[in-house]
Ligand binder design. Structure first.
Ligand code: ATP
Ligand code: MG
Length: 420
């Protein structure tokens, strides 16, 4: 019986000219990592596709699903691998169509990677189509919009046959766009923003500001859970945690109430940029969406943005909350973000935050405390936890202080998790 492999399709990498082979190699590396729990025999490039074969020759839907979540993958098909024997690949086509679920119409689409094979693609279409018409006499052949397309792909001495594809997440392989530092809270937005830049090929280094020691460390657990939820995409290798509670208290005593949030955020951006420089990251990423909350008006965004000189990417700036929540469900972070936890954002909140900050007032508040010493101290006391799930992540050499690795959220100490 013909073996089954996962046949991986990608679109955009094909457009990358000279970089194409490094993009493909990165995708192969990332697939190895994403499939490390499966008995993979080989992952190799063939003629504009990637083939994943298993030791037992029985690639499964679950494997295809894992592959579909890896950035760079446009589609994945479970394909039968046959020799050049016509009888063999026609039988594989019969099986593939038989497994395609409910359908009324079909067509055959043959391709050859070289002209070395004796039959032309039109001949293959006719041959395989004839066999399928006999086996499925009640079904129609439909050239324009068939319910199912049976693909017969002749490449390097083999014929791959499949009738069904699972859509992938698309984008580009993580590790091909450089590193970014993402500001990660346990809310809905920033995990989605992280995922979106990761899907465009960035290796993501999240930084979380916790309210510790003024709050419990629940938000830190949730952020670790979020990083684990993003594991199938292979985009995060390390999470930084900055205990910010004490410093927020100092800020809340020093600056006018209405400017507290902007001042916290100026400190957060400055610390994140320092971490980005340590990491060799080239941009910051936030989950801001225009006008969503007080700190996300254009005036306030400007008052915070002026702290940093590197680009700040805001992939959700034009998204509505509903769209963001839908994406959070797709990427597996929704349930985690549903659990509320105090973090630095809920600590020492003003009753009436400024929505249109005036820069002169912001600057006056900023100069009313020793912000440089505070930023230095926060960077000196950063903590981090590593996750073995991102092949493209390279850690900087210079850091020593590790954060405790926290278990999944169902191991929360009683009374901490998921409480409103
Ligand atoms: P989110 O759902 O991402 O928390 P939000 O709607 O709560 O966003 P804000 O609290 O204004 O909005 O945060 C805007 C952005 O600032 C977040 O998307 C995130 O990138 C960053 N941010 C907020 N809180 C934190 C935090 N505790 N640590 C790190 N970054 C944060
Ligand atoms: Mg938030």
């Amino acid at each position: 019986m013909a073996k089954r492999v996962c046949f991986v399709h990608y679109h955009e990498i094909g457009l990358k000219g000279k970089n194409r082979s490094s993009f493909e190699n990165q995708l192969v590396t990332n697939l190895h990592r994403a499939l490390h729990e499966w008995p993979v025999d080989a992952i190799k490039r063939i003629s504009g596709h990637i083939l994943v074969s298993t030791e037992d020759g029985e690639a499964t839907d679950e494997m295809a699903h894992a592959i579909s979540r890896v950035p760079g993958v446009a589609r994945v098909s479970l394909a039968y691998v046959c020799g050049l024997d016509q009888e063999e690949y026609c039988q594989a086509a019969v099986r593939a169509l038989g497994e395609a679920g409910d359908f009324e119409s079909f067509k055959v689409h043959a391709r050859r990677s070289s002209t070395g094979y004796e039959l032309h693609t039109l001949d293959i279409n006719r041959l395989v189509g004839g066999v399928l018409c006999k086996e499925f006499p009640t079904k129609k052949v439909e050239m324009h919009h068939p319910d199912v397309t049976v693909c017969v792909y002749v490449v390097q001495g083999n014929v791959y046959v499949y009738a069904d594809s699972m859509p992938g997440v698309g984008g580009l392989p993580v590790g091909t766009a450089g590193k970014v530092v993402t500001l990660l809270s346990s809310g809905f937005d920033s995990p989605v923003a992280t995922w979106m830049v990761g899907r465009r090929g960035a290796t993501c280094v999240p930084v979380h500001f916790s309210g510790r020691p003024m709050t419990a460390d629940t938000s830190e657990w949730l952020c670790q859970d979020i990083v684990r939820a993003l594991a199938p995409s292979g985009m995060v290798g390390r999470l930084y945690v900055i205990p910010f509670g004490q410093r927020q208290r100092e800020i809340s005593l020093a600056v006018p109430q209405s400017l507290r949030i902007i001042t916290y955020r100026r400190v957060m951006f400055s610390v994140a940029e320092r971490i980005a420089r340590i990491e060799g990251a080239k941009a910051l990423v936030t989950g801001e969406s225009l006008g969503q909350v007080a700190s996300q008006t254009l005036d306030n965004i400007a008052a915070v943005n002026e702290m940093v000189s590197m680009p700040v990417l805001r992939p959700l700036i034009g998204s509505d909350k509903q769209e963001i929540m839908r994406r959070a469900e797709e990427i597996g972070t929704y349930d985690i973000s549903c659990q509320t936890a105090d973090d630095c954002c809920t600590l020492f909140m003003p009753r009436r935050p400024e929505t249109h900050a005036r820069l002169d007032q912001v600057h006056e508040a900023w100069d009313s405390f020793d912000h440089n010493a505070m930023i230095d101290d926060l960077v000196d006391h950063l903590e981090y936890v590593d996750f073995d799930q991102c092949p493209s992540y390279r850690a900087p050499r210079s850091l020593k202080r590790r954060h405790r690795e926290l278990g999944p959220r169902d191991e929360f100490p009683e009374g901490q998790a998921g409480e409103q």
